[in-house]
Design a protein around this ligand. Structure first.
Ligand SMILES: [Zn+2]
Length: 244
């Protein structure tokens, strides 16, 4: 059983390195991903504004055409005035001209609003295009470095997985599975000793019968409180170690 405990301790060391690498694999691309996300958002903003601008430009062209038509109508009506013979005809024509003037005013106003909006949009596009270029450059320069770091960590991870496999031979799968979960959950410590009747992982006092079971080392026993694997710490072991 001592061999099993030694293996578990060895396994724990490798697991901790593995977890560290896993955390790094998550952390390394975070900053770059945030920049990429921002870059995409800006790209979308530019596209949306360009669409809006195109739509407005089309509308401005339409308004210009309408304005021309109204102007021609107005000229046509005005050219008829000298030929008018009756008051009724005169009233009818001036009425038409007033209506055309009203339309011209509406069209003119809409055209001015559209022009103002286009100006605003141009400003937005200009600002975002500058930012877009900056981010693109920073993505370009960081991408390679991040990829390089990730590749290195992946290699390390593979190495640790291999080591883990080597250490694990002879241990049963369920124990390994449980142990890995405990190490992950319990601040990296999955195997602890019992010293002075106390679990060194969580400091709970354990009953004598339970301690005897651990001492007998027939099966792997988990702490009823913190779930860590327990082994018995012999006082004389410490003395021996001190003498060495
Ligand atoms: Zn415990």
């Amino acid at each position: 059983m001592e061999e099993v405990f030694d293996k578990l301790k060895e396994l724990q060391d490798v697991l901790l390195k593995e977890f560290d690498v896993e955390t790094e694999l998550e952390e390394i691309p975070k900053e770059l991903n945030a920049i990429k996300w921002k870059f995409q958002r800006i790209e979308r903003t530019i596209k949306e504004n360009e669409n809006k601008k195109e739509h407005l430009n089309n509308r401005v062209r339409e308004l210009k055409k309408e304005k021309e038509e109204y102007k021609q109508n107005k000229e046509k009506y005005e050219s008829q005035i000298p030929l008018i013979k009756t008051q009724r005809e005169y009233e009818a024509i001036t009425n038409e001209i007033a209506q055309v003037d009203e339309r011209l005013e509406i069209v003119g106003e809409e055209g001015q609003n559209a022009a103002r909006e286009i100006e605003d949009i141009n400003r937005i596009i200009e600002e975002n295009t500058g930012l877009h270029a900056e981010l693109e450059e920073s993505i370009g320069s960081q991408d390679k470095e991040v990829q390089k770091q990730l590749n290195e960590r992946q290699k390390e991870l593979k190495k640790f997985l291999k080591e883990k496999e080597k250490i694990s031979t002879g241990l049963d799968e369920e124990t390994i599975y449980k142990f890995e979960k405990i190490v992950r959950k319990k601040e990296g410590i999955g195997i602890v000793s019992i010293k002075n009747d106390v679990c060194m992982g969580c400091n709970i006092i354990l009953p004598p019968q339970f301690i005897n079971d651990v001492r007998r080392e027939e099966t792997i026993i988990f702490c009823p409180n913190c779930s860590r694997i327990l082994y018995y710490f012999e006082e004389h072991q410490e003395d021996e170690e001190l003498l060495v």
